[in-house]
Design a binder for this molecule. Structure first.
Ligand SMILES: C[S@@+](CC[C@H](N)C(=O)[O-])C[C@H]1O[C@@H](n2cnc3c(N)ncnc32)[C@H](O)[C@@H]1O
Length: 320
């Protein structure tokens, strides 16, 4: 773990999984052998907020539907994946995901799958629809993502798109297989920073307007929550990070411990424990980018032996 010294680097290599996306219309995804894929008819698109078209409706599929499983991979390394996730992936005919996550899969899983379908970042809606179409066309499909499918990920979108297509979750036996979220894998690398009540906030304003994010930051920082910041930085969102640091400093002491974890469980994993007053300048260093999670301590969090500790309250009841 590094201490807070490396502030000279720049974050030029950083890009963003969702915050840098612009709204597009019309999926061009190849449906990979499915009887109905993405076309040009806007079909049963229901919500204006969904920025890509939901094309084929359930009536366009003749086959007996297969299964659809949203699988969380955990932080990245194969040992960080649960047995249940591994088993679900080994059982899937098709695995669909963001290219980075497909690349993280162990060989035994990629070799067992009949087909892998990956798209670069920003294709969340078309990718999820692709997975659904493949399941409606009779294949057993796993749609994958880092961490847990219920944490800023695609498990909810899958249900929304199924509904938009006139299908049901039961029709494809939809199941969510949990994974270890970044908050927990990063927390483990820092010691014990999240042992008490915690709030997570994403700084990406791709899907949530910035005033709402600011309001949530004020609410969490003004109470004694430890705070997990997801999607903390991208070149296009420098201002969000700066604003976040300003809000946190308005409510918390400058020497509040802050843990930064870059790429937990991956080859370029890096961790740092610093203080709140130094966080903003670290936004321009390589440790803070799209694969970084930041853990902000509460008023009681302290650093002991290079570990962040947030007391659970045992010391108020027990002598030790
Ligand atoms: C779209 S969210 C996905 C979260 C994921 N579903 C989870 O449960 O952790 C992407 C954000 O998760 C965090 N993240 C994902 N993987 C990470 C990792 N290996 N190390 C540190 N942070 C990570 C970063 O904050 C990143 O910007």
């Amino acid at each position: 773990m590094s201490t807070d010294t490396n502030t000279e680097q720049t974050g030029e290599s950083a890009s963003d999984e969702s915050g840098g996306c612009t709204a597009t219309s019309g999926s061009t995804a190849d449906s990979g052998g499915c009887t109905a894929g993405s076309g040009t008819d806007s079909g049963s698109r229901k919500r204006q907020s969904v920025d890509e078209k939901i094309d084929a409706t359930v009536e366009e599929f003749d086959a007996e539907p297969g299964q659809l499983t949203a699988v969380g991979l955990g932080p990245g390394h194969p040992e960080g994946m649960t047995q249940r996730s591994r088993a679900a992936l080994l059982e899937a005919d098709h695995i669909v995901g963001y290219t980075t996550y497909i690349d993280l899969l162990p060989e035994e899983i990629t070799e067992a799958a009949e087909e892998l379908y990956d798209t670069p970042m920003c294709g969340e809606v078309s990718r999820t629809e692709e997975a659904i179409d493949r399941a409606l066309a009779g294949h057993d499909v796993a749609i994958i993502g880092s961490g847990d499918p219920n944490v800023y990920a695609l498990s909810g979108l899958a249900l929304e798109i199924l509904e938009s297509k006139g299908a049901t979750a039961s029709m494809v036996d939809y199941e969510v297989v949990p994974g270890v979220p970044a908050a927990q894998s990063c927390s483990a690398l820092l010691g014990a920073p999240l042992v008490n009540d915690t709030v997570s906030i994403s700084l990406s304003d791709h899907l949530v307007p910035m005033p709402e994010i600011e309001s949530r930051l004020h609410a969490a920082a003004s109470e004694s929550f430890t705070i997990v910041l997801y999607n903390p930085w991208s070149r296009k969102r420098r201002e969000n990070f700066r604003k976040c640091c300003e809000i946190l400093q308005a409510h918390r002491d400058p020497d509040t411990p802050v843990g930064i974890v870059h790429s937990a469980g991956r080859d370029d994993e890096e961790t740092m424990i610093t203080t709140l007053d130094r966080l903003e300048e670290l936004g321009e260093s390589e440790i803070v980018d799209m694969t970084t999670t930041i853990l902000v301590g509460n008023e009681e969090t302290y650093v002991w032996d290079d570990r962040m500790v947030t007391p659970r309250g045992y010391e108020t009841k027990y002598d030790y």
